[in-house]
Design a protein around this ligand. Structure first.
Ligand code: MRU
Length: 337
């Protein structure tokens, strides 16, 4: 399997997720500004993955420093650039906060000691994410009945994390237990993470997958073809309200109407206990071109107004349970900082 991240001779190598599944192109980054741009332009995406990328970005920023003078100011500049890449995923800020703690704890070591410590912290964040996802898989797999068809939205798999995946990790863990699991993957307009990435990942793992357009989910639920829904998350408020890819809210409402369990799978680093509810979760609005165009071709009249919120918030009342590395939480959710 392709590693989502490779740290090679003080450079970060990532697969270009915009080109998948048709082309497997790897891009090497030696500069934190390049990593910031990669996050903004979705070379790398998915909440835990952008956290890991930002952590390596912060390490790259420090590696490029050639004087111990003005260290704090230099790091603040690096941090600020990486922080303003994407607003919704809590994991980005969580990872940068960890890198700042590592910076403060090691800046007295001198520049070369600090550089080593920053790279070590980014690596630790990456490695921990894989172990965390495996634990999410272990907690979630028993929720999936043998023979079930599971609907997922967007991509919360290996590519969206440092490895293994969250929502897809739960499906994968059930599959690895020997259960017969089939996945319905929403294509996930407008960026098509479901069609391009989730289908690619599941196919490579030998897990049966059926691609549907987003507006088919309700019909398949009505026909009894979907047994359970599991999705990832970008930010979870203290009360369990969950921001995830646009379209998740509609799926959750449909699942409730049809009596289908709707699970969120995410690491605790996605929880933002400082927010009492989902009302205050910042929702990214992306470029209108993503909606107006497909594969570079305009789908509508070029002057038509477009809205493109990249995420929505699913109220906790629609969520059957939140699967984390610490176990499965159920309402009433009272996450602590
Ligand atoms: O805009 P994206 O592709 O970064 O959105 C990704 C999602 O919404 C995922 O479901 C979420 O980040 C969880 S990834 C484990």
């Amino acid at each position: 399997m392709l590693p989502a991240f490779e740290w090679k001779k003080n450079k970060l190598v990532m697969i270009d997720q915009r080109k998948l599944p048709l082309k497997e192109i790897f891009i090497e980054y030696g500069d934190y500004r390049g990593v910031a741009r990669a996050i903004e332009t979705m070379v790398v995406r998915g909440a835990p993955a952008i956290g890991v990328a930002a952590a390596y970005g912060a390490a790259l920023g420090v590696l490029a420093l050639d004087t111990g003078v003005g260290l704090d100011r230099a790091f603040a500049r690096i941090y600020a650039r990486l922080e303003r890449t994407r607003p919704t995923a809590r994991n980005l800020f969580w990872a940068l906060e960890r890198m700042k703690i590592a910076f403060d704890a090691n800046k007295a070591l001198g520049l070369s000691g600090l550089k080593r410590a920053m790279v070590a912290e980014a690596r630790a964040i990456e490695e921990e994410d894989v172990r965390t996802n495996e634990a999410i898989g272990r907690h979630g797999r028993d929720l999936i009945p043998d023979g079930a068809t599971v609907l997922t939205h967007c991509n919360a798999g290996e590519l969206a994390t440092a490895g293994y995946g969250t929502a897809v990790g739960v499906i994968r863990a059930a599959h690895d237990q020997g259960k017969k699991v089939r996945v319905f993957a929403d294509e996930t307009r407008p960026f098509l993470q479901g069609a391009r990435l989730t289908c690619w990942e599941l196919d490579r793992r030998g897990i049966p997958v059926v691609l549907i357009t987003d507006n088919m989910a309700g019909w398949f639920m009505k026909k009894g073809e979907i047994r359970l829904v599991v999705v990832g998350a970008d930010r979870i408020a203290r009360n369990g309200d969950t921001a995830n890819k646009i379209g998740t809210y509609s799926v959750a409402v449909l699942a409730k109407e049809h009596g289908i369990p709707f699970y969120v799978a995410a690491p605790m680093s996605t929880v933002d206990a400082s927010l009492a509810s989902g009302d205050r979760i910042p929702i990214e609005e992306r470029n209108a071109r993503e909606v107006r165009e497909s594969g570079g071709r305009c789908l509508t009249l070029p002057h038509i107004a477009v809205r493109n919120p990249a995420f929505d918030v699913t109220p906790a009342k629609y969520i059957t349970g939140i699967i984390t590395e610490k176990g499965v939480f159920r309402a009433p959710y009272r996450f602590k900082a």
